[in-house]
Design a protein. Structure first.
Length: 766
């Protein structure tokens, strides 16, 4: 027999041994310092959050012990909601997860270890280095995950010989694989990560818990509002990277005792028993896609107290947790001063927009297929928000702001959606009349929140990457096709619709209602912005945003655009939309935390590297056809001989006639209008491809993208992918991936987390 083939078979057989064979003779590598780092380097990139294949979460011991499941989290066809399977929330302990249908990946008794078997299969069937993947190996998040149980492995490997782990990537280095093998054979001992707090962090945690658990009705109502708005945050009390992250939970136990979280489907579900607000440490490996950070410190506590208790008010009877209470936060929390609620969200707008754009559910197409690939966001000045200013108007419209989606039943859901849509459109009519009566001169630039002078949350950019998206502070990129201007009712409804009231384990009815209502929120944000344009230009601009089938949606579903009330901005050109954006960029330049010389260059202020990259921006596919071969988000690592590195993101902005419908996106796609935005740093949690370009090669790389000859796929692959790209099968892909994380930790350590590779593409042969 060929000795290489024999070695491969021996390797695979060793990994398939029942774990008891070596359990008594192998010493155990230390889990925290030797085993988890291997998972972090090669496994967590796919196995974290709800989109982990087979729900196998390898970020922490509880996920490893939970194991894998054949049941998918994401299912857009289920007619009924399913029991949630949130790690460390819905069940604890290995036996509890076995009862829920999860199977072990570690093995035991005479059962082989799935973990070792899959790693051994990759060693026995390695990928051809640098070559396209075998045709039978399907990648991408839409692939079917078979999730074999231990007794199904032989048949699975016979049918899928290249399905070893890491899936569709080079094998784990042998030394690291040996570490995992020795650990499993020694019984896979794991220690629960220990919380290491500084005295200052412990003090702040206790300070916040004491305040949130205050007994007055007013404090209880405010604490409930804060909990519902922070339940998905990764909370941080320190200004340094080494500080811990926490979740705010409702616990059966008070401060000073171990947290005992009450598991409810939603943060505004009835807990069913007495509870205390507590901070539960999140000690697993940090992943970028779930690290939606919110800082709690003494400054934030003082600001929060001032906002909610700076004026006297009474809570009255506290609300319950009925469907009506959950569906309408405006009524539920109506006793809390509206200015306080809105200002808290404005102060932290980047966090709130990220919760429903980037999202904690890790596959966000419910939100992202209703938004453009690139747009800017700004907010209404509270003093000019009629909902905040006029209590009588607020009481009139509150009842019209109920949200759909809280009912999972298909038939009841349809009636709830119609009622919510009718209420929203009636609200829009009253809103138009309110602004017309109180500001007959029309909307002005002073109506836009200016960040109270120095808050960079005032200007945000959103980049959509198909079913994920990124939110950054500042206005990045060339002037986008659309811009949102959100007021408090729009911002609060977006949060409750897509975050607080959204259930990733919910039915098709629930998910459809959520998506349809967010479509109305997007349209409302766009129409609010159009109030700044001259009345005669609003309808033509809106028509450009809703072309093709979008015109039908304008006629059927949306409130009519106001073409009567004037604008107080005083725009004079025949193209008022770009003129307005230009004025806003100038007016709020001091708030634009992320100046963008690449996409909006000032020629005499550019260094050579920026000037070079700026030639890629705002060039449509017709003039740079290589764009058609770039995925949604590519990382470019520029390296120098001394080890210095810089990361850029090439964001492909795909153009559509409109984004008004749930289905048929490909029918509305206008590929010839696609453009690139080039950003400094990492502007995606899900890189689709990576290039590694030495600084001296950067001119050739940029020229290659601009060369029309590379519009042909074979030339693109030969001249760019094979020269600077990191294919899935390229052993160097891991070094580049780890270098990107080194950059993240140096560049913005509090935002650093492992990126997701589930969407990493494979280029075909040249």
């Amino acid at each position: 027999m060929n000795p290489v083939r024999m070695a491969k078979r021996t390797w695979a057989a060793l990994f398939l041994l029942p774990v008891t064979v070596l359990a008594q003779t192998a010493s155990a590598p230390d889990y925290a310092t030797e085993v988890q780092p291997v998972f972090d380097r090669y496994c967590v990139a796919c196995h974290a959050c709800y989109d982990a294949p087979c729900q196998l979460d390898l970020t922490q011991p509880s996920g490893i012990l939970r194991g894998a499941s054949k049941k998918p989290v994401y299912d857009g066809t289920r007619l009924r909601e399913v029991a949630p399977s949130r790690l460390d929330i819905d069940a604890t302990g290995e036996s509890a997860w076995r009862e829920r249908g999860f199977h072990s990946v570690l093995g035991g008794g005479q059962a082989p270890s799935l973990l070792l078997a899959l790693i051994g299969q990759k060693a026995a069937h390695p990928l051809q280095a640098g070559a396209p993947l075998p045709k039978e190996l399907k990648t991408g998040i839409r692939r079917k995950n078979y999730c074999p149980a231990p007794d199904e492995l032989p048949d699975y490997f016979r049918k899928h010989p290249h399905a070893g782990m890491p899936f569709g990537f080079p094998a784990i280095p042998q030394a690291d694989a040996d570490t995992l093998r020795a650990w499993v054979h020694a019984g896979a001992p794991m220690q629960k990560p220990l919380l290491q707090q500084t005295a200052d962090e412990a003090r702040q945690v206790r300070q916040w818990e004491d305040w949130l658990n205050g007994k007055s009705p007013e404090q209880r109502l405010v604490s409930r509002w804060l909990y519902e708005h922070l339940a998905f945050a990764r909370l941080h009390f320190s200004s340094v990277y080494r500080g811990n992250f926490y979740r705010l939970v409702r616990s059966r136990t008070p401060a000073g005792k171990p947290v005992s979280e009450i598991a409810t489907r939603y943060p505004n579900s009835d807990p069913g028993e007495a509870y205390y607000y507590r901070f539960r440490p999140e000690l697993g490996t940090r992943v970028y896609k779930t690290l939606i950070r919110f800082t709690l410190n003494e400054t934030q506590l003082q600001r929060t107290r001032e906002l909610f208790f700076g004026t006297s008010w009474k809570a009255g009877d506290l609300p319950g947790y009925s469907a009506e209470d959950r569906a309408n936060p405006f009524v539920t929390f109506g006793a809390i001063p509206a200015r306080a609620r809105y200002q808290f969200m404005l102060d932290n707008a980047h966090y709130f927009i990220r919760t429903f754009i980037r999202g904690p559910v890790c596959r966000g197409q419910i939100a992202t297929d209703v938004i453009r690939d690139h747009f800017w966001v700004m907010f209404q000045e509270p003093d000019q928000d009629q909902y905040i200013r006029d209590a009588g108007y607020r009481r009139t419209v509150d009842k019209l702001l109920s949200l759909p989606g809280v009912d999972h039943d298909l038939l009841d859901g349809a009636s709830a959606w119609l009622a919510a849509a009718d209420g929203r459109n009636r609200y829009e009519e009253l809103r138009k009349a309110q602004y017309r009566d109180h500001a007959p001169e029309g909307a002005a630039l002073g109506d836009i929140w200016a960040g109270d002078g120095n808050n960079p949350n005032a200007l945000l950019s959103v980049f959509r990457h198909h079913d994920s998206a990124t939110v950054v502070r500042g206005w990045l990129g060339q002037q986008p096709l659309t811009t949102w201007w959100m007021d408090y009712p729009l911002l609060e409804r977006a949060y409750y619709n897509l975050v607080a009231n959204f259930d990733v384990f919910g039915s098709v009815s629930h998910q459809a209602q959520t998506r349809l209502y967010f479509d109305l929120i997007r349209n409302g944000s766009e129409q609010n912005f159009l109030r700044l344009l001259p009345a005669s230009h609003r309808k033509p601009v809106l028509s450009r945003w809703y072309r093709g089938s979008g015109k039908l949606k304008l006629w059927l579903a949306y409130e009519k655009i106001d073409t009567q009330q004037p604008s107080a901005v005083g725009l004079r050109s025949d193209s008022p939309y770009p003129e307005l954006l230009g004025q806003l960029l100038h007016r709020f330049a001091h708030l634009n935390q992320t100046p963008d010389p690449i996409n909006r260059p000032v020629i005499d202020q550019l260094d050579a590297e920026t000037a070079l990259l700026s030639t890629l921006s705002n060039t449509p596919l017709g003039n740079m056809p290589a764009i058609r071969h770039l995925p949604d988000a590519s990382l470019v690592r520029v390296t120098e001989g001394d080890g210095t590195q810089r990361i850029y993101t090439l964001v492909r902005n795909r153009m559509h006639t409109n984004v008004a419908f749930m289905l048929g996106e490909s029918l509305r796609y206008q590929a010839e209008l696609d453009e690139l935005t080039v950003t400094r740093g990492i502007t995606t949690g899900y890189p689709n491809f990576m290039f590694e370009v030495p600084l001296e090669d950067l001119p050739a790389f940029v020229a290659g993208l601009r060369d029309k000859a590379n519009g042909r796929q074979a030339a693109f692959v030969r001249n760019l992918v094979e020269t600077w790209g990191r294919r899935r099968s390229d052993p160097r892909v891991w070094n580049t991936f780890h270098a990107v994380h080194d950059f993240m930790r140096e560049d913005e350590p509090l935002e650093a987390g492992i990126l997701d590779l589930n969407r990493y593409i494979d280029y075909p042969e040249s």
